[in-house]
Write a protein that binds this ligand. Sequence first.
Ligand code: ATP
Length: 234
Amino acid sequence: MLKAKLTKKLWHFNLDIEFELDAGILVLWGHSGAGKTTLLQCLAGLCKPSAGSILLNGRTLYSSVSRVNLPTRLRKVGYLFQDYALFPHLTVKQNVMYGLKNSRNHRQTKGPVDPLGLLNSFGVGHLLDRYPGQLSGGEQQRVALVRALAVQPELLLLDEPFSALDKKAKLKLRQELKALHTLWQIPFILVTHDEEDAGFMGDRILTLNQGVAVTGAMTPWSQHSTRPPATAIG
Ligand SMILES: Nc1ncnc2c1ncn2[C@@H]1O[C@H](COP(=O)(O)OP(=O)(O)OP(=O)(O)O)[C@@H](O)[C@H]1O
């Protein structure tokens, strides 16, 4: 369970949001500049909110009152970026192991996650010694996903993960992420501008408009009378 209540003040922009999320897939929707990436970055510890609190399964990741601000590597939050964000000078294996080395989780537990097994199950186990520049976009995104999963995240953030992929690679990754969600049962937050991706992936939707959640409560996707309005697409 994720509980977030936070504000983030930037130059001409204020994010002000409160929401709870169980183990479903939440689609984060809104115009370009609405604050979607800012919200994900606050959850992941890549930027610090101005005030508020973030709790993940009862652990405080951030609290302005008790002055807690866990670094990213201790948060157990996986982040999949639009542009993969792999280290170009490291091999596939080194990219995945880099995330693990930085994770406290790796030192503390011997969990069921085997990164090499994960690479195999996502069809990229044979690419261990290749560099990101020697991989297709779909392969790079799979490696980035394995890197995010290797630390056994309790929350997975997906920031437009399909937008750099061709249609075939996107459909395959979409299916795999759905299957992964069923298996792992952790909350996912998906940022997308694509109605079809949102409809396929999402259980619930949260629409941001200029930093504020305009829908109020989150609504199961199936209960939406209409698809998100075209004007909401950035
Ligand atoms: N470092 C920063 N300093 C000041 N303003 C920023 C900074 N980063 C983002 N912003 C502003 O915050 C607002 C929200 O940006 P954000 O990237 O979160 O939007 P978004 O909804 O993810 O947009 P997109 O769909 O285009 O990726 C924008 O107005 C942006 O210009």
